[in-house]
Design a protein around this ligand. Structure first.
Ligand code: GDP
Ligand code: K
Ligand code: MG
Length: 297
């Protein structure tokens, strides 16, 4: 390891669906955190570790910060989001270009007492039709708070991510690396496998029920270079179970195929994936049940 290394924590925060997880994955150059068009896709705090040269940036992807917290799962996600921001070195606040709303103001308020520098990443630049609208928008945003830097980006198209990274890295403290140079996340492969299944469910189920689903890994073993994994999909009602399974099992099969391909990439090995669907009523409103599913970290 070189002298004068830098290392620190970078929290990625923002209201739901602005592109936080997409940004983390693209900064890391691999899929660590699941994404979809739906808010509340990210339910857990996920670390993505990037070591390059003498800098190690430890990104913390957070569930979006919600204004309403009626259900236990929302309260837990908010706690995960704000709790993970406490001791970080840099905060990247992601917003959707030209779409500032009171959800963003709410996030700013949550960050008010935090001492870490806040870099504003104005995302989805590619979706802005008239670039002339951008300058007054940036002016409006810079009046909201003293941001350490403002960088317009497109996470999805990898635009200006180098500039953003530069702004982040120069604010990391001098320190030894906290993780081995080849480690990319603090999460287990078991967890990543469950998340891969949940991502496909989030993406393939319309508005019907993605929020009522949770995934538990029951078997995770390798034999002769093949991983045998079985995952249990928990839903709240029998009607939801039918939707997840789909006509003649079509949907479940599709979820299984796509999840298996992602898991094979992660493990770099062949995978046999079995999926089961089971009804477990009321779990999303029961904090104890959530704890047993690992939602409390
Ligand atoms: P999160 O809830 O903040 O973590 O948001 P996600 O990363 O899950 O992204 C939400 C949606 O926005 C997904 O459909 C992404 O593909 C999309 N998205 C993210 N970044 C960009 C971007 O730079 N441009 C466009 N057009 N879409 C994006
Ligand atoms: K999302
Ligand atoms: Mg996310």
């Amino acid at each position: 390891m070189a002298d004068n290394t830098r290392c620190g924590y970078v929290a990625i925060v923002g209201r739901p669906n602005v592109g936080k997880s997409t940004l983390m994955n693209h900064l890391l150059g691999q899929k660590i955190s699941i994404t979809s068009r739906k808010p509340q896709t990210t339910r857990h705090r996920v670390l993505g570790i990037k070591t390059e040269g003498d800098v190690q940036a430890i990104y913390v992807d957070t569930p979006g910060i919600h204004q309403q917290e009626p259900k236990a799962i929302n309260r837990m996600m908010n706690r995960a989001a704000t709790g993970s921001v406490k001791d970080v070195d840099v905060i990247v606040m992601v917003v959707d270009a030209l779409k500032w709303n009171e959800g963003d103001d709410h996030v700013l308020r949550k960050l008010q007492s935090n001492r870490a520098p806040v870099i504003l990443a104005i995302n989805k630049l590619d979706a802005v039709e008239d670039k002339a609208d951008l300058l007054p928008h940036i002016e409006m945003l810079s009046a909201k708070r003293e941001f350490a830097a403002i960088v317009p980006i497109s996470a999805l198209r990898n635009r200006q991510l180098d500039q953003l990274e530069e702004e982040i890295n120069r604010r990391l403290p001098e320190s030894e690396f906290f993780y081995p140079e080849d480690q990319v996340t603090d999460r287990s492969m078991r967890f990543m496998a469950a998340e891969a299944v949940r991502e496909k469910l989030m993406r393939q189920l319309g508005k019907e029920l993605p929020y009522a689903c949770s995934v538990e890994i029951e078997e995770f073993e390798s034999a002769n270079n093949v991983w045998h994994i079985s995952a249990l999909i928990l839903v709240e009602k029998a009607s939801q179970k039918r939707i997840v399974i789909g006509d003649k099992g079509d949907r479940l099969r599709k979820v299984g195929t796509e999840a298996r391909q992602d898991i094979e990439k992660l493990l770099d090995a062949k995978v046999m994936l079995k999926l089961w669907v089971k009804v477990k009523s009321g779990w999303s409103d029961d904090e104890r049940a959530l704890r047993s599913l690992g939602y409390d970290d």
